[in-house]
Design a protein around this ligand. Structure first.
Ligand code: ARG
Length: 462
């Protein structure tokens, strides 16, 4: 293919410095925008034809040429040449080489500034849909796993110390809630970004009668941006998108941390399927949760991207600046990492079991029923603060005598409070406590069942 000159080669003297070419190019990063760039260019050229700025026949040539280029790129037959700087110039040059004069009309009334702002919005909009589907799949995996353990109780932790007994199902559903906020946040981000900057030109629009509403409609935007100066420099949605990715990464890192601990010999709560574990080059006994460790670690990279984009945006003069080219590195990196991590988290959740025998064998450790005993005393008209003090003394006594609360005799209880009757044994023991929660949203067996049913209904609607 004959090499098409860039239009500004007329403006600048001599050959561009080869190190400069390497430094300013973004093609190696932004080539993955090609489908969006081509969709944007087809919409733009159709609008140009509607506005009689080009002829119908020119539009048809442009469209056919662009679709051919799209196919070539998809099939890996397109030769990417970094001297064209970015995907926008590379495609335009290929179009001119292919169809000649009509191709030179594509960029009428358009700048790469509004073009790239459009492309990246379209890319993020699609990526959000993808991530939302992956979130839903992970939520479904959690709900399915939760369904197996409604009646099983484990320790609920605060400060990683045993606090109250909880249904294992309620524990698992707690992740579904976190992911739901991620799902909603991404949806909000998509709504906010869905306005078309196309037609804003370099910074001020155009003196040509560009119909911005036509291109916006064709590209599925819900409206157009109101101010061209703002529109070409606005990457708020990139920062917001990466923030949403960062929160997902935070949630996944918490899951990872829990299950790394839970799968240790010390806990033995969770067994992750062999297919998702690795071993050691030296120690033959090892079954390592590397997938979870990497999910935990990769959150660091996503936070880095968030810092990266925010720093790029800070202090930029009004309008478009080449600084904005660096946005894509962070947007793509955050999206790729989170997308992969969601896949792997789902694989782990779908291929893990809770060792209910081991978990319930340890339930009588750690006085998980102590606060329930204090609440029992409240039921007998004690002030909570007094009840708290009494149970504190009882627990200290149990520790000294190496007994569980349920192992104390009625006379021993009476020494601490005359209000403790024989009915106390109905509430002692972690499993009994988990059946007694009455607050809405509590982590007990009854509420867990309700929450699972709720999520089954919600997720089936998606
Ligand atoms: N590659 C650039 C970017 O990603 C495209 C816009 C360049 N515009 C310009 N006038 N240099 O932001």
């Amino acid at each position: 293919m004959a090499k098409v000159k860039k239009s500004w080669e007329k403006r600048l003297a001599g050959r561009p410095d080869s190190k400069m070419v390497e430094f300013v190019e973004s093609l190696s990063v932004d080539k993955r925008l090609y489908k969006y760039d081509i969709a944007g260019s087809i919409a733009h050229s159709q609008m140009l034809a509607e506005q009689k700025l080009i002829t119908q026949s020119e539009f048809k040539q442009i469209k056919r040429g662009l679709l051919e280029i799209e196919r070539e790129i998809t099939e890996g037959k397109f030769r990417f040449d970094k001297t064209y700087e970015d995907i926008h110039m590379a495609i335009e040059a290929a179009l001119v080489a292919k169809i000649g004069q009509a191709g030179k009309k594509l960029h009428t009334g358009r700048s790469r500034n509004d073009q790239v702002a459009t492309d990246i919005r379209l890319w993020v909009r699609d990526e959000i849909e993808d991530l939302r589907s992956k979130i839903t799949l992970l939520q479904e995996a959690f709900v399915k796993l939760a369904g197996k353990y409604v009646g099983n109780v484990m320790a609920g932790y605060t400060h990683l110390q045993r606090a109250w007994p909880v249904s294992i199902a309620a524990y698992l559903v707690s992740f579904v809630e976190q992911l739901e906020r991620d799902f909603i946040r991404l949806g909000n981000c998509s709504e906010l970004l869905n306005v078309s900057p196309l037609g804003s030109g370099a910074v001020a629009g155009s003196t040509l009668p560009i119909d911005r509403r036509s291109t916006a409609r064709q590209l599925g935007f819900s409206g157009i941006s109101r101010n061209s100066i703002d529109a070409v420099g606005d990457r708020d949605f990139c920062a917001e998108f990466i923030f949403d990715c960062a929160v997902i990464a935070a949630h996944l890192s918490r899951l990872a941390e829990d299950w790394i601990i839970y799968s240790s010999s010390e806990f033995g709560f969770v067994t992750i399927d062999d297919s998702l574990c690795t071993s050691s080059s030296m120690m033959p006994q090892k079954r390592n949760p590397d997938v979870l460790e990497l999910i935990r670690a990769k959150s660091g990279g996503v936070y880095g991207s968030l810092m990266g984009i925010l720093t790029i945006l800070k202090g930029q003069p009004t309008g478009y600046n080449r600084d904005l080219q660096e946005d894509k590195i962070h947007v793509f990196s955050a999206a790729d990492t989170v997308s992969q991590s969601l896949d792997m988290a789902r694989a782990v959740v779908s291929h893990s079991n809770f060792n209910t025998k081991r978990i319930s064998a340890g339930l009588d450790e750690g006085f998980l029923d102590a606060t329930a005993l204090a609440e029992y005393l409240v039921g007998k008209k004690a002030a909570f603060r007094d009840a708290h003090g009494i149970v504190g003394l009882i627990v200290a006594y149990c520790e000294k005598t190496k007994k569980k609360l349920g192992e104390l005799g009625p006379d021993e209880f009476k020494k601490f409070s005359a209000s403790i009757d024989k009915d106390v044994y109905k509430i002692l023991g972690a499993e009994k406590v988990a059946g007694k929660y009455v607050t809405e949203g509590a982590a007990g067996t009854k509420e867990a069942k309700k929450q699972i049913a709720y999520w089954q209904r919600q997720l089936a609607k998606r």
